[in-house]
Design a binder for this molecule. Structure first.
Ligand code: HEM
Length: 415
């Protein structure tokens, strides 16, 4: 297959290179700087250790005067009851220990909490590291059965080995690596814009148009993409609110978190509908072909103005986006529905896996779609109009979708 560029309606500018698009390259350089700072913050977050859960208060004795006056008689049973009470719902058992360090439980016992001077000590030693006798119990099998000595309902559920892996996977691996992937990939795109600039229409605009997407295709695209962007933004608030919003105040995190939780479900139906329509509408243009191998081998012509590998309606890069949206979007929809109806079909392990899959696939999809938005807007001259007005310049079509342009010409759809 040759690098066909037939159909271009203006000869190459004899004086050489296309316009330099300096503004875009400066924008790319600024983004490189900002993303480097964001990546540095993320790497710091990875190692600052503040995502570990450390107990901050411990049991103290009631004030001596109260013990003497008989108001409080704390035996072993009472201690356990108090401890269980501390785990109970605050609206029933009183204010948070942080607000009021001594409060009434039942008719006579007073509950006291004291700050632990150096909670980091809990990160080492027996509290966090199971000893040789315990290790085979918690690691050896999928399921540990026995009696929990912790006096709150549900303790046995939270102590499962998988729950620890789940917490590590969700709180540490998925969120930190996800942020690194999203920021790192965005940095690569910004570098490309700064160093290479926009992919230009090498022959310049011909002024003649070809219809690329009809109104139904565009409406479907924008419905799906606005829904995806809202799902991504609300998902980011849910996953990273603590890091990104909490510094601006817990009231703001409270209200954005509330909006994000509901918004996340609100935009799901239109996204799901869009993915289904896109599949039906575009699947026949996205089946793999031998042209794709050639396109990929030439890097899609992204790195040189003189290379234009042949493509029909969708090139290999676009097919990858399409299948990411269909398969990744499908996985998000399925796992999202399972999460909306907890324990309806799945047990607790199934729910844990579903959350992990939902988070990991979601983060990967955000990174992929950032790449798509880049190439569909600032990254390539002339691409955006395909999806906005539905028409593209004929020279753009000749350089990026030559075989599709020939088909259009045969059908008489090209002006
Ligand atoms: C909001 C920013 C977005 C912009 C500027 C944008 C732009 C574009 C453009 C210009 C095209 C047509 C490319 C061509 O002529 O072949 C396109 C196609 C497409 N878009 Fe988007 N898009 C955006 C968001 C999204 C989102 C969020 C999704 C899905 C979650 C999506 C999914 C698709 C798919 C599946 C195609 C067809 C395959 C392809 O061309 O890659 N787009 N988009």
């Amino acid at each position: 297959m040759t690098d066909a560029t037939h159909g271009a309606h203006r000869p190459r500018d004899p004086h050489g290179s296309p316009p330099p698009f300096t503004g875009y390259r400066i924008f790319g350089a600024v983004m490189v700087l900002l993303l480097l700072i964001a990546l540095a913050v993320q790497v710091f977050e990875l190692f600052d250790g503040d995502n570990r859960t450390v107990p901050e208060v411990r049991w103290g004795s009631p004030p001596t005067s109260e013990v003497q006056s008989g108001l409080s008689s704390v035996g072993a049973t009472d201690m356990l009851r108090e401890r269980a009470t501390l785990q109970g719902p605050r609206d029933i058992y009183g204010p948070s220990p942080e607000d009021d360090r001594s409060f009434q439980v039942g008719s006579e016992t007073r509950l006291n909490t004291e700050a632990i001077p150096n909670p980091d000590g809990f990160l080492t030693g027996a509290w966090s590291t199971p000893d040789a006798d315990t290790l085979p119990l918690v690691r050896g099998t999928d399921r540990v059965e026995g009696i929990s000595s912790l006096p709150y309902t549900g303790a046995a559920i939270y102590e499962r080995p998988f729950a620890r892996d789940w917490r590590l996977g969700l709180a540490d691996i998925a969120t930190h690596l996800g942020a690194l992937v999203i920021l790192g990939f965005s940095l690569l795109l910004a570098l490309m814009l700064a160093l290479r600039g926009r992919v230009p229409i090498v022959r310049g605009k011909s002024g003649r148009k070809v219809e690329r997407f009809g109104w139904f295709e565009r409406a479907t695209h924008w419905m799906t993409s606005v829904s995806f962007l809202m799902l991504a933004l609300t998902g980011i608030v849910i996953a990273y609110g603590d890091t990104l919003i909490l510094p601006f105040g817990d009231a703001l995190l409270g209200s954005t978190g509330w909006l994000a939780t509901w918004g996340h479900m609100m935009f799901f139906p239109s996204f799901a509908l869009g993915v289904v329509i896109m599949f039906v509408m575009w699947v026949r243009h996205n089946l793999p072909s031998r042209l794709d191998v050639n396109w990929l081998a030439k890097g899609g012509g992204m790195f040189s103005d003189d290379v234009h590998p042949s493509a029909r309606k969708f090139n290999a890069g676009q097919k990858l986006i399409f299948w990411s949206v269909i398969l990744g979007g499908g996985a998000m929809i399925l796992s999202g529905v399972l999460l909306m109806f907890p324990f309806f079909l799945l047990d607790i392990n199934g729910m844990g896996w579903t959350m992990l899959i939902h988070a990991v696939v979601g983060l990967i999809m955000i990174a992929i779609i950032i790449g798509h938005i880049y190439i569909g807007s600032v990254g390539m001259q002339g691409a955006f109009w395909a999806m906005w007005s539905g028409e593209v310049d004929r020279n753009w079509a000749a350089e990026h979708h030559d075989l599709w342009l020939s088909d259009m010409e045969e059908k008489g759809s090209a002006r």
